[in-house]
Design a protein around this ligand. Structure first.
Ligand code: CP3
Length: 355
């Protein structure tokens, strides 16, 4: 039996498909309203102010380490923070609300491509501080960004869609394709700069959130989304920081997303892990895919589900245990703890032997 890996080595190895002692674990939206300590710190402070307050953001980012035993820390911020840095007037209620939804070319051209280290400097200060805080525990630090299509869903509609359809962007793609392309290109350009600066500031891996990509057919994805993702992948030093690509509900896009050049594909709960592993082969590692609702189950249930996911992922080149989408505000903290404990209870599940 080899000695246990430290959490940073384990996560980076899992991303690259190198042998690990067991899968690492973290959760999307692990810092948030399900944690009483988050609600206490957030009380009375607008969400964007929280994101800009370096010491509060550092504290919130670290809360899930002690509270639920997560094995990676993700920067506390939002995918719309760098968009605000482009000059877009927006608010959170609780999701993003855009004062002037973007539908015309002049609005796209007005989106400023400034150096994010100047437009949103606090993001990089938070990362630098977190990296210093995490060194002793050897916990990995994750950066993130929203993918162009998902950002555009909100920017064009102006707010979240309770029906989860985002038809306004689809309509723009059909009726004014040059505007839709210019918007997606501009967002990709901003994201390349943002993620590069996050890596420079200490992020050891980055996740690209393309939450709503599954709204597109495979052909639409190839035409409208894949070029932007490839551009972002090409703009990153992936030897310095691997890239995780996430979509929340896109069972039909598993193969094409794995073709983007990402290191890890983060899958939703609607595709079976075994099937995803078969479909991606050894091209990418996998992350996911426990349904967040399962965290309301018993500890035994959560342990059994985690064992099943790990076993199903055995043919994959690597696995990072996570949810199929973010933790919801009504999730019991106990369930989240059981999830990370279940990961720690796993032995090697077949993704190669530790040398
Ligand atoms: O994962 C983390 O813990 C890191 C921080 C993080 C937040 N948002 C904090 C947040 C991350 C990675 C995000 C990503 C994000 N933001 C996405 C992609 C992932 C996903 O969940 O689909 C999207 C689409 C957004 C935009 C956004 N921000 C929405 C739709 C909402 C409202 C939904 C909700 O949870 O209420 C937000 C607000 C937001 N972002 C909160 C947090 C902790 C809640 C704000 C509050 O405290 O009121």
């Amino acid at each position: 039996m080899s000695a246990a890996l430290d959490p940073t080595t384990r996560l980076l190895r899992a991303c690259r498909g190198e042998p690990v002692d067991r899968p690492p674990v973290w959760l999307m939206r692990q810092a948030g309203r399900y944690l009483p300590e988050y609600r206490r710190l957030r009380a009375g402070i607008p969400f964007l102010d929280m994101c800009r307050d370096v010491s509060k953001a550092v504290e919130v980012s670290l809360q899930p380490v002690a509270a639920v035993g997560t094995e990676a820390v993700i920067l506390f911020s939002d995918i719309f923070v760098p968009v605000a840095g482009m000059g877009v007037a927006l608010d959170f209620a609780p999701g993003p609300v855009i004062a002037d939804p973007i539908r015309r070319l002049d609005q796209v051209e007005a989106l400023a491509l400034r150096d994010p280290r100047e437009s949103v400097p606090y993001v990089f200060e938070i990362l630098r501080r977190l990296r210093a805080e995490l060194a002793a525990q050897r916990l990995p630090l994750l950066g993130f960004a929203g993918a162009p299509f998902t950002l555009a869903c909100y920017l064009v509609r102006g707010k979240g869609d309770p029906e989860r359809r985002y038809e306004e962007l689809h309509a723009l793609m059909r009726d004014a394709p040059e505007v839709a392309r210019a918007l997606l290109d501009r967002l990709a350009e901003m994201t390349v700069q943002d993620l590069a600066a996050q890596v420079e500031a200490g992020a050891q891996a980055v996740q690209l959130f393309d939450t709503w990509a599954g709204l597109l057919s495979e052909a639409e994805y190839r035409d409208w989304v894949l070029p932007g993702i490839r551009r972002i992948v090409a703009g990153l030093d992936r030897a310095a920081a691997p890239l995780i690509l996430f979509a929340s509900d896109a069972p039909h896009l598993v193969e094409i997303m794995a073709e983007s050049g990402c290191d890890v594909l983060s899958i939703g709960a609607r595709v079976e892990m075994a099937e995803a592993a078969r479909r991606v082969g050894r091209k990418v590692s996998l992350q996911g895919n426990l349904d967040p609702a399962e965290l309301t189950g018993s500890r035994e249930h959560i342990f059994a589900r985690v064992r099943a996911i790990a076993a199903a992922a055995a043919p994959a080149r690597g696995l990072i245990l996570n949810l199929g989408h973010g933790v919801t505000p009504d999730t019991p903290v106990e369930g989240v703890r059981a999830f990370t404990a279940a990961a720690r209870s796993l032995g090697n599940v077949g993704n190669g032997d530790v040398p």
